[in-house]
Design a protein around this ligand. Sequence first.
Ligand code: AMP
Length: 291
Amino acid sequence: MNVVGTLPQMRDLSRRWHLAGETIALVPTMGALHAGHLALVAAASRECTRVVVSIFVNPTQFGPTEDFSRYPRDLDGDLRALSGLKVDAVFVPSAEGMYGPGFQTSVELAHLPRHLCGLTRTNHFGGVALVVAKLFNVVRPDVAVFGLKDYQQVRVIEQMVADLDQDVRILRHPTLREPDGLAMSSRNRYLSPADRATAPTLYATLQAIAGAVAGGATDAIRLAADGRARLEAAGFVPEYLALCSPETLDEVVTIEGPVLVAVAARLGATRLIDNLVAVPGGSPAAVSPAS
Ligand code: AMP
């Protein structure tokens, strides 16, 4: 497993692999790896002959009041976690290497970031699109794997790839969950024991909405309001709970087809997100693969 610290080294490695007829799968991460990340890595190794995992806590996707400086960083632990898997290179660029002096280019999408997390994290998806575009340019992957836990991020990347004709296939990976339903996240470690006990209510609330949709409920505004009330009663401070188009993320008023049910809520100082796709008349089994 190569640990690659500079962009020229990564570019050379990728070029050599491509010349040798190899294919490359990339898994972009911010480190503090958990089983959810490792599942993406395993999926990557089934797609291509070479696997690159990038670890970069990207400053441009954090707002000034967000947790960039206290985001968990544990490169030694991450390398240990990856050592048991089929990983050919861990790309660990520096912030200076990624954003040199005079850097001034942005990658902005007009519509998808104006929903859900983008309402409060106004520069977040521009930062995500920029760093992922740069990673694609340096690593030149044939496939890149992204987790559906960050559904809006997946849609932003898919749209960017389509709009900019980037030559990479985006693979969506289902969300990995703790046994009690809580979506795995590097930020879960911030939860106090009491908040950790409450946290599964987030997914339970989404599942209840999916159950109502499966049972014929069509009033999306009402379902969202009921869901927010349930979260507030449990001690969450909801930022949004929305039913929207899985494609455009535009809000849905009357449910007529599959809807994305997406939530962000604070529990103590920790911000949690989750989502699933609810299907009218659908069984719970039909809901879970996209959740
Ligand atoms: P992050 O390090 O949080 O930026 O996440 C890196 C990648 O892992 C992203 O594509 C995430 O969507 C994905 N990911 C994070 N948590 C999970 C999870 N619980 N299940 C599946 N994928 C995840």
